[in-house]
Design a protein around this ligand. Structure first.
Ligand code: 13P
Length: 296
């Protein structure tokens, strides 16, 4: 789906109005005249983050099964994010059955050198990887990744032609302490420092509240929508309004076939980053079908 021209007469104030009372957008919205605004349609992006699961052989069978279940999907974008070891096998399988694009779960910010155990953006691009997850809470929490490291990785990924899926999200203690906005704002401002407006178009943000990851406790659609709207307003403040209106924001945290559609129906939720429920190709296929139904 390409950019489309939308006649815009908002039923409720868009997120811009809440944060920038004197913006040009605000003034346009206050005008009694209907305003035609060109906004790009945000194609939903559904990604499977396998984390440290599945061998390269299992990855191949998975891709074959997913292909049988869903075939070519045009309405949305599907991304498979296996461990590094499964990337070559999956790349080969996806050449024959192009059901999804490829992503990686992490990378180092340097191009090459003495960094034992690390993988560079150049190596990922050489395997036709399109996306890379950066700043996942498991990397931040278990491996000490800071906003500054995430920022270096984002910059390196963008320069190499990889599209970062940048993860942000608060802990339960931060939510209980009314600090959600403060945390999200810091992660975005620090993580995306130096990213220019052209590069913003290659970015995807994933809102993944830590208390919802692997817990079975999903954010309610209202909680997720509120956070996504806030994230969009922060993007507008570090970039500009059209960029904020176009950037895709995924939700992640206990997404499964049973709750995916309701989440994806929210105005500011443009996709899902699925962990546990994506390990079974049939389950993931159900989530994809749900997203297609929402996008139809
Ligand atoms: P779960 O779907 O298992 O909660 O994991 C979410 C996640 O961390 C995706 O990156």
């Amino acid at each position: 789906m390409g950019p489309k021209l939308v006649l815009f007469e908002p039923a409720k104030p868009p997120f811009f109005l809440q944060t920038k009372p004197n913006s040009w957008f605000n003034m346009m919205m206050k005008s009694p005249v209907k305003v035609a605004v060109e906004i790009a349609a945000r194609k939903k992006i559904i990604a499977a983050n396998w984390k440290m699961n599945l061998t390269h052989r299992e990855a191949k069978s998975y891709a074959d099964l997913l292909w049988t279940e869903v075939g070519v999907v045009n309405e949305i974008e599907v991304v498979l994010i296996p461990p590094f070891t499964a990337i070559p096998a999956l790349a080969e399988a996806l050449e024959k059955s192009p059901v999804a694009r490829l992503g990686a779960q992490n990378m180092h910010w340097e191009k090459c050198g003495p960094f034992t155990g690390e993988i560079s953006a150049t190596m990922l691009r050489a395997l036709d990887v399109n996306y890379v997850v950066l700043g996942h809470s498991e990397r931040r929490r278990l491996f000490g990744e800071t906003d500054e490291m995430v920022n270096r990785k984002i910059t390196a990924a963008l320069s190499a032609g990889l599209r970062p899926i940048v993860c942000v999200g608060e802990t339960l203690a931060e939510r209980d302490g009314q600090r959600v906005e403060e945390v999200l704002k810091r992660q975005i401002q620090e993580g995306l420092k130096g990213v220019n407006s052209r590069q913003f178009h290659d970015l995807v943000i994933a809102y993944e509240p830590l208390w919802a990851i692997g817990t079975g406790r999903t954010a309610t659609p209202e909680q997720a929508e509120e956070a996504h709207g806030f994230i969009r307003s922060v993007i507008a403040s570090v970039s500009d309004h059209p960029t904020a209106a176009q950037i895709r924001i995924q939700y992640g945290g206990s997404v499964k076939p049973e709750n995916a559609e309701e989440l994806l129906r929210q105005q500011d939720i443009d996709g899902a980053l699925v962990g546990g429920a994506s390990l079974d190709a049939r389950n993931f296929a159900r989530i994809i079908r749900g997203a297609v139904a929402v996008s139809a």
